[in-house]
Structure formats: structure tokens, C-alpha cells
Design a protein around this ligand. Structure first.
Ligand code: 5AD
Ligand code: SF4
Length: 450
């Protein structure tokens, strides 16, 4: 299917661009690592079709927005940018496509179709592999296309154009899609569908292909990677990935605390390639709020899990997601969040103010926290988090760490700490080098390669 469209489109470049130059595409990605990986795959399809990547959307023949809807602010950003593109469309011809999570919501699909008529193509997350066909219908057939199909099985092996990866030395690999947890505030299960795990064979084949192509670091991706339920469980999958030659570091995200088993802790302890960092969303510290959120763990259970992890894996870095001002959150509830922050000592955190998502149970709540209190709590939370993060980094001063080079003078430690370093010799991305740390900031450290 893809090949057909490649040949047809290449032969009809004139449809899109003048002077026989190859048509250009530009993808803007919003949201999580899953979306980033989806964009790489769609870029791969476009390259197969004969497109080349454009440096800016202003000169692209196809502009594709891969969207996120997890918070209202993410949607507002997209809608803001779309209005800019609408104006551009009066000045020059290009195809505008909106894909990803936003159109997966029924009301948004309708809104885009009815109110944003300058958008030529609207599609979802489950059918992104049909992008060539959709584009063909828009370009060749002059159609305006809207197709949000549910439950499509995404073909993963075979549609990946390795050349479309953003980094040469590291890559994300989806191990599962969707989410079954239905946290009360979250739109993801409604747009990404039920949990589906990929087969071990497909995952390992993809990783071997990547390793052969020079990839050194793999990030196993999924909404809840540790609920992976293929032929083996997640801990066993880690062992199999560990055996792939050429891979030096293995990361994974996101983990759900309820599924973080002792077996997984042991696997992290025993497998040297598995990085000593865990992204473990807390969301809230109060057991009452956690129950309201349907998170399926208590404050004490979360803390106990972190303590088990820290004991088994010394110096493990724990990062997190925290939501403030969930409906009904009291001052005491919020104090519980701060208490967990102090006791766990997170090395990084994404912090959010609760955002109402229609279609979720929490959207029905009327006991909303005021904007003012929400902002105050948000500021108090970061004021608690940041000094701890700085202290964690300060403890690294004077010591030498292995750093995987990402670009000249920049790399990451095993625990994901960002390092800016002075290089004593030239080095290539993906190489692991020793760096002595001499200065610590909140979000990074600096050092000299030794
Ligand atoms: N409001 C605020 N934050 C949210 N998240 C998910 N849904 C919402 C919402 N409605 C946050 C959670 C999740 C992260 C990806 O986004 O913290 O872990
Ligand atoms: Fe959303 Fe909860 Fe699923 Fe994460 S686990 S994607 S927060 S429903």
C-alpha cells in the first residue's frame, strides 16, 4: 500500500510543489513520548512516499499536527497555532492535517470538521498508518478527509522507516498501547483505547533492527509499561531486551505504582543495562484524593514502594507527575502531597494544575478548587521540589559518572541527569564517557570529561 502511494505521489510532485522539487513535510508534535514516536513513524511513511522533511512549516507542502488532549492548555496551543495556519492558507497552498489524540474525542472531531474547514485531513491515533491513503485522497481526490477509526490494529514492523528517527543513538519502542486504569481525571483511556500489548517477537525484532542501525539506548514505551501482558510479563521482557547485543542502556516509561512488582525491582537491581531511574507518577499525596482519582494505591503504599526500590537499587532516581487542585482537594490533602515530596525526594517532576476533561468522571464534580488556590498550591509545590532536586544534584559534585553523549558537550547519566560537559576530545553521540561533575543546578549538572 505505502509503495503504491510513494510512486504515485513522486510522479505527481507537481500537485504539491513547483519546479519538480520533492514535496516537503513538517510535523509538529505535542504531548508525550508516545506521540513523539508516532510522529517518527508518520515521518517514515512520508519519506517512503517521496517527501523530504522541511525545516519550517512555512515552506512545507504538508503540515501535520500530531496533537495531545491530556490538558486543556495542550489543546489551546494547537487551536492557537491552527489559527496562524488558517491565515497562511490564504497566502499559499499546502495540505493541513491534524492527527493524534485531540480528534479522538467526539466533540473535538466534530468541532474540527465543522468550524475549522481549512483543515484538510483529520485522523486519529489508531489509524495513523493509513496516512498515505488519506493524503492521497486529499491531494489526488481533492477530498476533505475525516477518519477516526477505533480499534485498528497498527502494523508496527515493516512500516518503520529508520531514517525518520529523530536521534541516531536512541529510540523509543512501543511495547503496549492504551490504558485500562481510568483515573478519574484522565482522558487517555477514552482516546487511546484499551490496553494492547505487542508480541515479544515483534518488540525484539524491532530492537534488533535498531541495534543494527547503531542505536545504543532503548526507551520502552507505554501508558503503563509495567502492566505489559504479552507472552511474558514486563520483568521478563526486560531480561529479553537486555540480551540484545549492541544495546547499552534500557529505559522505560511510564510505570504505574500499582503494578510495580518486587520482581521488577529485582530485575532493575540485577540487569546492569537497565537504567537506575524510574518515572513513577504520584498524582497526589492524600489517600483520600488518590481513592477519588481511582489510582489504586494509598499514600503509605506509594512511600513503601519507593523505599523498597531505593533499598534494592542504590541511588535510583525517582521522578514523578503531580496534579494539584483536583476537585475537592483540601489544604490538608495538599499537605500530604508536600509530605510525600519531602520523604521521597524526587529527582524530577512534571507538575500540573488539574484541568477538566469532558467525558471523564472528574468533569462531573462541582467542588472545584479556585484558580487562586490552585496557583498558590502549584507555586508551593515547585518551591518544595526544586531545592530537593538541586540538593540531589549537588551530591554528585566531585564524583565521576558515566555519561552517554547526546551531542557535543551534552549527555545523560544512567539516572537520566542531564550533564553539560567540557570535552577533552571529540566524541560521537551514543558513546559512554566518564565525566567529573563540578557544579550542580536544579535541572542539570556541569562537568569535565576525564
Ligand atoms: N489535569 C491535569 N493533569 C493531568 N494529567 C492527566 N490528566 C490530567 C488532567 N485532567 C497529568 C497526569 C499524568 C500526566 C501525563 O498528565 O499527571 O501522569
Ligand atoms: Fe491516564 Fe491514569 Fe491511564 Fe495514566 S494510568 S494514562 S493517568 S488513566
Amino acid at each position: 500500500m505505502t509503495l503504491d502511494f510513494r510512486y504515485k505521489l513522486t510522479a505527481r510532485n507537481d500537485l504539491l510543489s513547483d519546479g519538480g522539487r520533492r514535496p516537503r513535510f513538517f510535523i509538529r508534535t505535542y504531548g508525550c513520548q508516545m506521540n513523539e514516536r508516532d510522529s517518527e513513524k508518520m515521518a517514515g511513511l512520508l519519506v517512503q512516499m517521496g517527501f523530504v522533511a522541511a525545516q519550517s512549516q512555512d515552506i512545507a507542502d504538508v503540515v501535520l499536527y500530531n496533537t495531545c488532549c491530556v490538558r486543556e492548555s495542550a489543546e489551546d496551543k494547537v487551536l492557537g497555532h491552527l489559527s496562524v495556519l488558517r491565515r497562511q492558507k490564504t497566502e499559499r497552498q499546502f495540505v493541513l492535517a491534524v492527527g493524534g489524540c485531540m480528534p479522538q474525542q467526539k466533540n473535538m472531531e466534530q468541532l474540527l470538521w465543522d468550524k475549522h474547514k481549512y483543515v484538510d485531513l483529520i485522523f486519529g491515533t489508531g489509524n495513523r498508518h493509513r496516512l498515505p491513503e488519506f493524503l492521497w485522497r486529499v491531494i489526488e481526490g481533492g477530498e476533505r478527509v475525516c477518519d477516526i477509526s477505533e480499534g485498528d490494529e497498527l502494523p508496527e514492523i515493516g512500516d518503520i522507516d529508520v531514517a525518520s528517527r529523530e536521534y541516531a543513538f536512541k529510540a523509543g519502542v512501543n511495547i503496549m498501547y492504551g490504558c485500562d486504569n481510568f483515573c478519574s481525571y484522565c482522558i487517555v483511556p477514552h482516546v487511546r483505547g484499551r490496553e494492547r500489548s505487542r508480541s515479544v517477537k515483534d518488540i525484539l525484532e524491532e530492537i534488533r533492527v535498531l541495534a543494527n542501525d547503531g542505536v545504543k539506548e532503548i526507551m520502552l514505551l507505554g501508558q503503563n509499561v509495567n502492566s505489559y501482558a504479552g507472552e511474558v510479563n514486563f520483568s521478563e521482557l526486560l531480561k529479553l531486551v537486555h540480551d540484545v547485543e549492541g544495546i547499552k542502556r534500557i529505559r522505560f516509561m511510564t510505570s504505574h505504582p500499582k503494578d510495580f512488582s518486587d520482581e521488577l525491582i529485582a530485575a532493575m537491581r540485577d540487569l546492569p543495562k537497565v537504567c537506575k531511574s524510574v518515572h513513577l507518577p504520584l498524582q497526589a499525596g492524600s489517600t483520600r484524593v488518590l481513592a477519588d482519582m481511582n489510582r489504586m494505591y494509598t499514600k503509605d503504599e506509594y512511600i513503601a514502594l519507593v523505599m523498597r526500590l531505593k533499598e534494592a537499587v542504590p541511588n535510583v532516581a525517582i521522578s514523578t507527575d503531580i496534579i494539584v487542585a483536583y476537585p475537592g482537594e483540601t489544604d490538608d490533602d495538599f499537605e500530604d502531597t508536600l509530605d510525600v515530596v519531602r520523604r521521597v525526594r524526587f529527582s524530577g517532576a512534571f507538575t500540573f494544575i488539574y484541568s477538566k476533561r469532558s467525558g471523564t468522571p472528574a468533569a462531573e464534580r462541582t467542588d472545584l478548587v479556585s484558580r487562586k488556590v490552585a496557583n498558590e498550591r502549584f507555586d508551593r509545590l515547585t518551591a518544595e521540589l526544586y531545592p530537593i532536586m538541586t540538593e540531589i544534584n549537588e551530591a554528585k559534585i566531585g564524583k565521576v559518572f558515566d555519561v552517554m553523549v547526546e551531542e557535543n558537550g551534552r549527555g545523560r547519566m544512567d539516572d537520566h541527569t542531564l550533564v553539560h560537559f567540557i570535552a577533552t576530545q571529540s566524541m560521537t553521540a551514543g558513546e559512554i564517557i566518564p565525566v567529573r561533575i563540578d557544579e550542580a543546578k536544579t535541572f542539570y549538572v556541569t562537568g569535565v570529561s576525564v
